[in-house]
Design a protein around this ligand. Sequence first.
Ligand code: MTE
Length: 312
Amino acid sequence: MPIHRSGDILPSEITPPGIYRERRRFMQGVGALAAGAALGVAPDARAGVRLAGVRRSAYVLNEEKTPYKAVTSYNNFYEFGTGKSDPAANAGGLKTRPWTVAVEGEVGRPGVYDIDTLLKLAPLEERVYRMRCVEGWSMVIPWVGFPLSELIRRVAPTGNAKYVEFVTLYDPSQMPGQLSRVLDWPYVEGLRLDEAMHPLTILAVGLYGEVLPNQNGAPIRLVVPWKYGFKSAKSIVRIRFVEKPPLTTWMRAAPQEYGFYSNVNPHVDHPRWSQAKERRIGDFFKRDTLMFNGYGPQVAQLYRGMDLQRFF
Ligand code: MTE
């Protein structure tokens, strides 16, 4: 683990989420204990624990962060239900230890990595990112994680590795939403290798300086801030390096609506709604959606010469 330097004050510590959270956590704890006792599951004790040694990074935004309460109670995580409040209500019992991530396919060093080994792979950093959901809402979230490239470099992709596939846990006994056929489980996402290697792409293990709540994809999830939120697969158990673009869950469900790239693009509408504007959670008025979610200067070169209407 990186050494904690006391001079490093996280931006999230300067704007403390406030007393109400403590109260809320206490009340939640009481509720979760009661629910856990009823279902015979122990609530996960890790969510909300302060992460040690988190470094500041250059990835900060001059925009108001979405309050912790909204980030952790308005979620999409269909494994726990399709309603926005379902993940917070139903994910508490997900067991995030022991947890392993299998690295497979076109790599020199495949293997099954324990989550606590992955946590020591690289120093943890705070990255404040704009996140834009394909449904038209957005948030600003102070993630804690490390660049995916740090993992990729260590596992040494072969020359045949052109894409990376990410797979979420499949365990209907813990993820009741998987008992419904709303999606083809397990949840699969994918990136081109250069997108996966991009310095903005991280594996997140926390938010607001604390261990990731289960509803946000504990213990480890992808975060790709220039793409619609559904690319950022949660609770990952498998990372596979492949030659061909992976068939993602959303492409399988509705190929005419969800393409492989899914870059945030105000000029390419979803077949059923416009993507030109978005509502930042907490705001009353909508704002313009930015090309590549505002990360164009960093990522536009990845798509030079590509027709983004066709490769949506
Ligand atoms: N990952 C899995 N495994 N299952 C899901 O349903 N939903 C996606 C993405 N990752 C989803 C997932 C969608 S649509 C969004 S917008 C983001 O997670 C939401 O992340 P958040 O709840 O942390 O804001």
